[in-house]
Design a protein around this ligand. Structure first.
Ligand SMILES: Nc1ncnc2c1ncn2[C@@H]1O[C@H](COP(=O)(O)OP(=O)(O)OP(=O)(O)O)[C@@H](O)[C@H]1O
Ligand SMILES: O=P(O)(O)OC[C@@]1(O)O[C@H](CO)[C@@H](O)[C@@H]1O
Length: 313
């Protein structure tokens, strides 16, 4: 049976603090706090579960939060086979200031991963991937994990006959792209660094994404925050504007788009509808507090409002 596997090499307990008029260098009072299990791959699995799709979460977990993550995953009926590590899984702090409309992420570097822990993970990964699976590689890694890790994982997954989706930044993305994953989902900042994009006009983004498709990546979804998204595939170029919605937290918007890409593959959506669906997922996610996953009902209520069109290039 086809399985979705999400890889989160550096999960995080996301602590979202609402602070009015957040100011650096003073005492800030928190009006509301919430905690969510997070890390990009785990967020993808949370969204997929809300879409009635089972997935298997892999990665590293350890220390004070390990049991909490496992309990939460169990409560959500999400399967997992995390590699246990000695050090503590990190806590990432997100400061939401609705008065100033700012969203600040303070992400920890993450625990040291020992060579033996990495080797155990590699074995688990290799044993888990099967022909026809969809493997999602998302997020950053601890400093001790080599930056070509995603390249290696993509190679293994492809040899097994699995489709691969990569959502990463900087060297992790650069090295991962060399292994030609099927789909990538850079945001505009990630794309800019990947291809040395001079300007962030639609034309420049489309040209860069087309070059990536010519290089061998089948589909490139560039997320542009409130500006919407651009999707370039072997079939064409598609563009849509962002939906105007009330934003509660931007955390996980990109992850919900990655979940949408997997969901679209499983449901054979057209490229145009995939873009509409992914953009609706992004909008639905920013309407929710903290790192809460969007639901299919929410997305269905928004998707028809997304105006996506094929661009002639
Ligand atoms: N302010 C907003 N209003 C409406 N939609 C938004 C807004 N911000 C993000 N989105 C939606 O979410 C998608 C993903 O956002 P973004 O480009 O910020 O991803 P990202 O940087 O990968 O996010 P993250 O790393 O926080 O998960 C956008 O393409 C858009 O569809
Ligand atoms: O430090 P990374 O791995 O780049 O990002 C981690 C993170 O910000 O990404 C998710 C939202 O996309 C959060 O759940 C998590 O805290």
């Amino acid at each position: 049976m086809q399985m979705v596997i999400t890889v989160t090499l550096n999960p995080a307990l996301d602590r979202t603090l609402n602070v009015d008029n957040f100011t650096i260098g003073t005492v800030n009072r928190v009006t509301k706090a919430r905690y969510d299990i997070g890390g990009k791959g785990i967020n993808v699995s949370k969204v997929l579960k809300n879409f009635n799709i089972d997935s298997l979460c892999l990665g590293f977990l350890g220390g004070i939060w390990e049991d909490y993550f496992l309990q939460e995953l169990k409560r959500r009926k999400i399967s997992s086979n995390f590699t246990h590590i000695d050090e503590d899984t990190r806590t990432n702090t997100k400061v939401v200031d609705t008065l100033q409309g700012t969203f600040t992420d303070i992400n920890e570097a993450g625990p040291d991963i020992k060579k033996s822990e990495l080797e155990r993970f590699m074995d688990t990964f290799e044993d888990s991937c099967k022909n026809g699976d969809i493997v999602i590689l998302s997020g950053g890694v601890s400093p001790s994990v080599p930056s070509d890790i995603y390249g290696k994982l993509i190679k293994i997954a492809k040899e097994k006959g699995a489709a691969t989706i990569l959502d990463a930044e900087e060297e992790l993305l650069k090295e991962g792209v060399k292994a030609k994953p099927d789909i990538i989902k850079p945001n505009i900042h990630e794309l800019t660094k990947l291809v040395n994009l001079g300007e962030d006009t639609d034309e420049a983004i489309i040209k860069a994404a087309k070059e990536l498709v010519e290089y061998g990546i089948k589909k490139v979804l560039v997320s542009l925050g409130e500006r919407g998204a651009i999707y370039v595939t072997q079939n064409g170029v598609y563009k849509c504007d962002g939906l105007k919605v009330a934003v509660k937290s931007t955390v996980g918007a990109g992850d919900s788009m990655v979940a949408a890409l997997a969901y679209s593959l499983m449901n054979n959506f057209s490229d145009e509808y995939t873009l509409k669906f992914a953009n609706a997922c992004g909008a639905a996610t920013v309407m929710l507090e903290g790192t809460e996953a969007c639901t299919l009902e929410q997305v269905k209520a928004l998707v028809d409002n997304v105006l996506a069109k094929e661009e002639k290039y």
